[in-house]
Design a protein around this ligand. Structure first.
Ligand code: DAH
Length: 353
């Protein structure tokens, strides 16, 4: 039998061995048997030297081609077997239902805030932002709040003593700095401070809303919490009226709470507005609680003194502002009777929204 006649059947059985090896160990064994130092295919290569000179080129070529085929078959089978080894041992049932991921949700306060913001955006308001650690100037002075106003009292306001900020006890027992000393820092008691920050930076017209967190030294009970949330609104332009204010508040509350909403303005006092009002609100929900009206916000026409402070000419510009508590609205909307539920992160509560 000639060399070439011998090569072809040998190659076929080598290929068959390699291609059907049932696992990686069997494959390595087959590789040794054929291509190893003592392998049958290797032995054939060794015979090449003994061939007559004129047969060598053809035989060498055929032998090389066969070797390439065997090595390719070996590599392909190895990939297959490695993949198979990596698969789970149990058969996969592709008809099983997929695993559902548990989707998170927005906190009810965030949902209400976003709804309010969406309503105001429809009528041209943009969202503005300011720091929660404020100074007395933006929180009180520039808002025309007198130095002896009780809101500034340690009973109502958290003061921040940055000089000892590394010690936690300095935050729970701060000293209220002397008047005239370096500006006292505090946790803002309302979002009204952002009115000042925006007007100081921007010329009128201004049309902003400011959702944000505020802080007061209240003991937590069903209707109070030391941190809560407000939305401030400020509109400055020429010829702005209380009618605009009432219409705007009514529009937003009807969007938020339904078309049966009624709004009422009651005279009140805020240092940064003149005249000032408290906004009362009613709808079927309020009636169901056995009440006629619910106090929901403070508002008024921006006090000319405030305009002077920020450098707006009060003879040219008019404006209104309001601030309301988000928790109150959310409690009413969802029938929640204890404000503390918002902050406890109890999933049984949060999953309901
Ligand atoms: N800052 C007031 C509060 O926290 C709410 C408020 C009243 C905001 C009147 C205003 C306003 O902008 O004009 O109770």
């Amino acid at each position: 039998m000639s060399f070439l006649d011998e090569l072809e059947p040998l190659k076929q059985s080598a290929l068959a061995d390699l291609q059907t090896a049932p696992d990686l160990a069997a494959l390595d064994h087959a590789k040794g048997q054929w291509l190893g130092a003592q392998g049958r295919f290797t032995a054939l290569m060794k015979q090449l030297g003994a061939l007559p000179k004129e047969e060598k080129p053809l035989a060498g070529k055929a032998l090389n081609a066969a070797k390439i085929d065997l090595e390719a078959a070996l590599a392909a089978r190895r990939v297959d077997l490695e993949l198979k080894a990596a698969l789970p041992k149990e058969p996969t049932d592709f008809t099983l239902p997929g695993r559902r991921r548990v989707l998170g949700k927005l906190h009810p306060l965030t949902q209400v805030t976003e709804d309010i913001v969406r309503s105001f955006r429809k009528i041209g308001f943009v969202v503005a932002d300011g720091p929660e650690i404020e100074d007395e100037y933006h929180c009180f002075d520039a808002l025309n709040t007198p130095a002896d106003h009780p809101a500034r009292d340690m009973q109502d306001t958290f003061y921040v003593n940055l000089g000892q900020a590394s010690s936690l006890s300095s935050i729970s027992k701060p000293e209220k700095p002397e008047a005239g000393a370096t500006p006292a820092l505090l946790l803002r008691t309302h979002t009204s401070s952002v009115q000042i920050r925006v007007m100081a930076k921007q010329q009128p017209p201004v049309r902003i809303i400011v959702p944000g967190r505020v802080y007061r030294r209240d003991n937590a009970d069903a209707t109070h919490n030391p941190t809560f949330h407000q939305i401030e609104g400020l509109y400055v332009d020429k010829g702005v009226t209380v009618g605009d204010l009432k219409g705007t508040v009514e529009f937003v509350f009807r969007e938020l709470m339904g078309s049966d909403v009624k709004i009422r303005f009651r005279p009140h006092y805020f240092s940064y507005t003149e005249p000032s009002y408290e906004i009362d609100f009613t709808n079927a929900l309020v009636k169901k609680m056995g009440k006629d009206w619910l106090e929901i916000a403070g508002c008024g026409m921006v006090n000319p003194t405030v305009f002077e402070t920020v450098g707006y000419d009060p003879e040219v510009w008019t404006g209104w502002a309001f601030g309301f508590g988000i928790e109150r609205i959310a409690m009413l909307r969802y029938g929640i009777n204890d404000i503390r539920l918002f902050y406890e992160n109890d999933l049984r509560f949060l999953r309901q929204f």
